[in-house]
Design a protein around this ligand. Structure first.
Ligand code: SF4
Length: 257
């Protein structure tokens, strides 16, 4: 099976990672511009639950599931006493509802026990690494979800969630050579150009959906072609040329919470 990303195991130097990330941020800005944040940031618990709902499903369906849940429970901390089946019914449209309903109820209970007040003011007083560790100690919460809370809800522009798109692209280009998104996160987290976590994350997601897709990436005309180390990029030139009228995908779920 041909790998969709680069050869693993090659350790990149911190200066290589930093300079590549800066270059990628600059070039993606020329594709997509600088994404604007909403003026009102989502509440941390809303964002946490929405991120869990987004796991292994598409953004539109998980957004519907989130809206159903919010309609029934405007204050999501109220679901801690709810029967999982009720939550399961509300989020069914998002898929894997049985497991997610239990995970969400458990998380809502645990944030109170492990972190206490789960509002922006209280969370901003906790050291970032400590907060990530506390969030990741909960079942169903990993580095990506924890970083999403920091980035989208706390407005921390140094946070940098690594999902499958971000992982795939950074490995194809050769910024890092890691096997899993969590490993990529741990390798790049301290090398993100200061204050550009939001811009880089959003633009990489758009790039991964529209251009550097998992299958048949549009290497032809890609503005990162010359710095990309992916061995398959040459073979993709003829394939990518045939891809026309690709639908622009600009719905980023966590921007809508
Ligand atoms: S050249 Fe192809 S594989 Fe490399 S970043 Fe561009 S689209 Fe992705």
């Amino acid at each position: 099976v041909k790998s969709h990303i680069c050869t693993f195991g090659r350790k990149q130097s911190p200066s290589h990672i930093r300079s590549r990330l800066e270059e990628i941020a600059k070039r993606l800005r020329s594709y997509f511009g600088v994404p604007r944040r909403k003026t009102k940031l989502p509440e941390p618990l809303d964002l946490l639950v929405a991120t869990v709902l987004s796991q292994n499903t598409n953004d539109l369906n998980s957004h519907k599931a989130f809206l159903n849940l919010k309609k029934a429970y405007p204050n999501l901390s109220d679901i801690k006493k709810t029967h999982p089946r009720k939550v399961e019914t509300l989020i069914k449209v998002g898929g894997i509802a049985r497991r997610k309903s239990r995970v969400i109820i458990q998380i809502v209970r645990e944030v109170e026990m492990k972190i206490g007040k789960f509002n922006r003011r209280a969370l901003n007083k906790i050291n970032r690494d400590e907060l990530i560790d506390k969030l990741c100690s909960m079942k169903g919460v990993g580095y990506k979800t924890a970083s999403c809370v920091l980035l989208f809800s706390l407005g921390d522009n140094d946070a940098f969630p690594v999902d499958t798109h971000v992982h795939r692209i950074l490995n194809r280009i050769g910024v890092v050579s890691e096997k899993a998104p969590d490993k990529t996160f741990l390798t790049v987290r301290t090398h993100i150009p200061p204050g550009s976590g939001y811009e880089l994350h959003i633009n990489l997601i758009k790039f991964g959906r529209e251009i550097c897709t998992a299958r048949n990436p549009r290497c032809y005309g890609c503005r990162l072609f010359d710095i990309c180390e992916w061995k398959g990029k040459g073979a993709q030139l003829s394939v990518a040329q045939k891809v026309k009228n690709r639908k622009k995908v600009d719905f980023v779920l966590l921007e809508k919470v």
